[in-house]
Design a protein around this ligand. Structure first.
Ligand code: OXD
Length: 310
């Protein structure tokens, strides 16, 4: 049995190697492509595995995503049912998603981007700001992260609505399901925060139909995946003025290509996929535990439901 590590960043792979090696000193742990015997690899620890990577390990038993999402694994690979796939579930990552969206919303409510532009041209220009108690937030996706983000917003005094595939009970959060539920939620939300997993069903969900159902003057925050958004539809609805702007952390192609019209758009705030970043120190214990579970033929922690795709 051996562990293979795959990331596109050598330093990152090395850090993972050190964390796993110091906790599993008697195991063979190798960084791809330097794998001495690919037949022995049973546990693949990875982020954005290249197409066909899984076929190189015929005796694989489990795949550990190094992030909360698994779309980067499932999009290029059909996983046989005997292989378990696990995602990261980490309180720090979950909380970071809330802090990021909260910062975007507060900065927008208090006009910080406008004041910062005015400061550059020494323009003293007071502008009315908004108050938390008057703002409604709509959360798309009520999994572990979405539920937490919804509750945190509600705890600080926002009105919060949430939309998910199946009905969820969250105290002080109104939840919606189905297409008509989605439109109802969009029509009353001042800010819509996308935290959906990327699956065949959710790809392209933020299209012109969705965007035209958003409340007039509302604002989109995308911390899910770039592929949830039809970029041209987003640009045209913002240019029409119906949606006031967007804060985008994730994109179809990352890094965001230089020629993307998002970069220079005055109503779009770009962040480089930093809403939450995996910290090895808080995440390695679940990866180590999962390897032990693979060895003991047990069910992994944070197992992905392959038919749902998250
Ligand atoms: C993740 C991410 O899935 O960083 O964890 O996008």
């Amino acid at each position: 049995m051996s562990i293979a590590i795959y990331t596109k960043n050598e330093k990152q792979s090395q850090k993972w190697f050190e964390a796993l090696n110091s906790n599993l000193p008697n195991e063979t742990i190798e960084i791809y492509p330097n794998i001495s015997n690919s037949n022995l690899v049973t546990f693949l620890v990875c982020w954005k595995p290249e197409k066909g990577l899984l076929d190189k390990f015929p005796n694989l038993k489990a795949i550990q995503s190094l992030g909360a999402g698994v779309d980067h694994i499932l999009q290029y690979h059909t996983i046989p049912s005997h292989i378990q796939v696990s995602k990261v579930v980490d309180d720090n990552l979950t909380h970071d998603m809330w802090e990021h969206s909260m910062s975007i919303i507060l900065a927008d409510m208090k006009n910080l981007h406008i004041h910062s532009k005015n400061q550059k041209i020494k323009n003293w220009k007071p502008k009315r700001y908004k108050r938390i108690k008057d703002i409604s937030i709509g959360i798309l996706g009520l999994g572990t992260i979405g539920k937490y983000v919804a509750s945190q917003f509600s705890n600080v005094g926002f009105k919060v609505n949430g939309w998910a595939r199946s009905k969820k009970e969250i105290s002080n959060v109104d939840t919606f399901i189905g297409k008509s539920g989605l439109n109802s939620m969009l029509s009353i939300s001042d800010y819509v925060v996308n935290i959906l997993p990327l699956t065949k069903e959710t790809a392209g969900i933020i299209n012109s139909d969705f965007l035209s159902n958003m409340k007039s003057g509302s604002y989109l925050i995308n911390i899910g995946r770039g592929q949830h958004v039809v970029d041209e539809d987003l640009l045209s609805i913002i240019d029409s003025g119906h949606v006031r702007g967007a804060a985008l952390d994730v994109f179809h192609n990352e890094p965001l290509p230089l020629e993307s019209p998002f970069w220079a758009h005055p109503s779009i705030v770009i962040t480089p996929h930093v809403a939450s970043l995996t910290h090895i120190n808080s995440v390695y214990p679940q990866v180590v535990e999962n390897y032990r579970r693979v060895k003991n033929e047990q069910i992994l922690l944070n197992l992905v439901n392959l038919s749902k795709g998250y």
